[in-house]
Design a protein around this ligand. Structure first.
Ligand code: ASP
Length: 587
């Protein structure tokens, strides 16, 4: 027996009991004749105390102890004189009667406490030590809870959890594949799945009408801050469904996770916004609807101006920032520089400060006073809903780009005005995305979601048209689940007809030979009775991080990689030796 209780279990109700704890020493403090030890395990911290009356052998072992030593300690639960009401065990301490060292520790490279003094890189190298810290233990436990609740909810709804292979053939989902050389088939490679997309569709053809899997996916992308080369999805698929069936089913899962993991009741049904509206009102396909500050179209009001920047722009739009008329010239200049950064790429920023004079008359001070008179500016204020003390920010340029740039500015102003409280959750669905995206560089269409997504039935004529203008307008029967400005899930109703799937591959510029080589398995499968089907996949790591109120998905992955795709603890990737290469037929 190493312990009778954990380090998070004891409180005043245990006073007088003889107990035994085991854990790691977080801290040792000597105060006069007393020594205090904070003993930690994943359940909490309990204070151990040794005084002059403690047995001699306890005092002897004490001399030997250090941070992160693993000990087991016996003693009596007593009421503390100076209580720490911030922790559940803070009203008691253990008066030690015996202590035994189970394992010694070198001095840890950083402090293992709520906050650590170690930098990101150092902590990554010693991930097993970082994982001892309470915030990470909380994050990992939250992830566990999310997975458990997902399994139990979907299980109850009749979903089967079915595993799909990791060593597969390349799936075209837009990212680069990780590949694995085959020893038994030299010169040939497996690919790791970017998602189980084709397998879950094949399972529908096999009759498993409700499938899910909490599954690892692999994408060899240049990593941005919040991406991992391997990440986890809650991957789901259903047969005999239309879009609203899928949304209703997974809205159930979403509400269940909010309730069971966070204890939050989210009003249902969730808002649903068509993609086009999301772009026009929020400048984003993953709108943060925790705050308003909507985009307003000023194009009709600025068409006939002398100001050539606006006259020649495809779109002129504005947001109204409430209460920000007090922004100084310097702040506005900085903001202009900020929107000019390549990440946003706006040409500039026009502003209008709105204020009411003492006589009650509204005045407008703008950076384009030369071109726009009071009447014009007043009409902008009317459209944007700007009143006394508000600031109108205007951008112009190519329509889509400008909507997106304004969307980014909206989020920035939302941050500055502290309108994006991470404890407030505003989930929604976005639907009716374009099916295709034209790429100027390669002069071809790409599937916006993936090539298995069905066009909306009402757009089929355009889908079979050979005019790129028609194709550009085809909407996909696709939907995203968005939470606080982050895309957490995405899915679609699928194509389940081999001719339509072949047409899709053709639209994507694939030759019949290429289709045959890469996709004959799914085209063939569609010829043996494919039910109508659709599904969704949720980014599990990201969802956990949003529920955990953290910016970083890494905290919710036990052993993550850094921004360069490296595991600093393992020092991977690494060279393999000559013998291994030879066996694989690699040079
Ligand atoms: N496989 C898709 C993805 O990973 C999700 C889906 O369409 O179900 O984004």
């Amino acid at each position: 027996m190493y312990r009778t209780h954990t380090c998070g279990a004891l409180n005043l109700s245990h006073a007088g009991q003889e107990v035994q704890l085991a854990g790691w020493i977080q801290r040792i403090r000597k105060l006069g004749g007393m020594t205090f030890i904070d003993l930690r395990d994943r359940y909490g911290i309990t204070q151990l105390v040794v005084n002059q009356d403690s047995p001699q052998d306890v005092n002897t072992v004490l001399e030997d102890l250090g941070r992160e030593y693993v000990i087991t300690a016996k003693g009596t639960v007593v009421e503390r004189s100076s209580k720490n009401l911030k922790i559940p065990t803070g009203e008691i301490e253990i008066l030690l009667k015996g202590v035994e060292i189970l394992s010694r520790s070198q001095t840890p490279p950083f402090t293992i406490e709520e906050e650590s003094d170690g930098g990101e890189e150092l902590r990554s190298r010693y991930r097993y030590l970082d994982l001892r810290r309470p915030p990470l233990q909380k994050a990992i436990a939250l992830r566990h809870k999310m997975a458990q609740e997902t399994r139990s909810y979907l299980g109850q709804c009749g979903f089967l959890e079915i595993e799909t292979p990791f060593l597969i053939k390349s799936t075209p989902e837009g990212a680069r594949d990780f590949v694995v050389p085959s020893r038994m088939n030299q010169g040939q490679f497996y690919a790791l799945p970017q998602s189980p997309q084709t397998f879950k569709q094949l399972l529908m053809i096999s009759g498993y009408d409700k499938y899910f899997q909490i599954v690892r996916c692999f994408r060899d992308e240049d990593l941005r801050a919040d991406r991992q080369p391997e990440f986890t999805q809650i991957d789901c698929e259903m047969s005999f469904v239309e879009r609203d069936d899928v949304l209703a089913q997974f809205e159930g899962l979403i509400l269940h996770l909010f309730k069971s993991v966070l204890g939050k009741d989210i009003p249902a049904p969730l808002p649903r916004i068509p993609w086009k509206t999301a772009m026009e009102k929020y400048g984003s396909d993953k709108p943060d609807i925790r705050f308003e500050m909507l985009l307003h179209d000023l194009t009709p009001l600025t068409r006939d101006t002398e100001f050539s920047v606006f006259r020649n722009a495809g779109y002129v739009g504005a947001i109204c920032v409430k209460g920000a008329a007090s922004y100084t010239r310097k702040q506005l200049d900085e903001l202009t520089e900020w929107v000019r950064r390549p990440q946003i790429g706006a040409a500039g920023l026009v502003y209008v400060r709105c204020s009411k004079e003492s006589d009650g008359v509204m005045t407008f001070k703008s950076s384009v006073d030369k071109f726009f008179d009071r009447k014009a500016l007043e009409s902008w204020a009317r459209v944007t809903g700007a009143g006394d003390g508000d600031l109108i920010l205007v951008m112009s340029g190519e329509r889509m780009k400008t909507l997106e740039a304004l969307g980014v500015l909206r989020l920035e102003m939302g941050n500055r005005l502290e309108l994006r409280d991470k404890n407030h959750y505003a989930p929604l669905w976005v639907y009716d995305f374009p099916l295709l995206e034209w790429d100027e560089e390669t002069q071809r269409f790409y599937a916006k979601h993936h090539p298995f997504t069905a066009p909306k039935p009402e757009d089929l004529d355009k889908f079979y048209s050979d005019d790129p203008k028609d194709l550009e307008q085809v909407n996909a029967n696709a939907y995203d689940f968005v939470l606080n400005g982050t895309e957490v899930g995405g899915g679609s109703i699928r194509i389940h007809d081999s001719a339509m799937q072949e047409r899709m591959f053709k639209v994507l510029g694939m030759s019949p030979d290429e289709v045959k080589a890469k996709f004959s398995f799914i085209i063939n499968a569609f010829q043996y009775g494919a039910p109508p089907h659709g599904g969704i996949a949720f980014g599990f790591d990201r969802w956990c991080s949003l529920f955990g109120g953290s910016e970083s998905i890494r905290d919710f992955i036990a052993f993550p990689k850094n921004n360069a795709g490296r595991d600093l603890m393992l020092d991977a990737p690494s060279e393999i030796d000559a013998q291994q290469k030879k066996e694989l037929g690699l040079s």
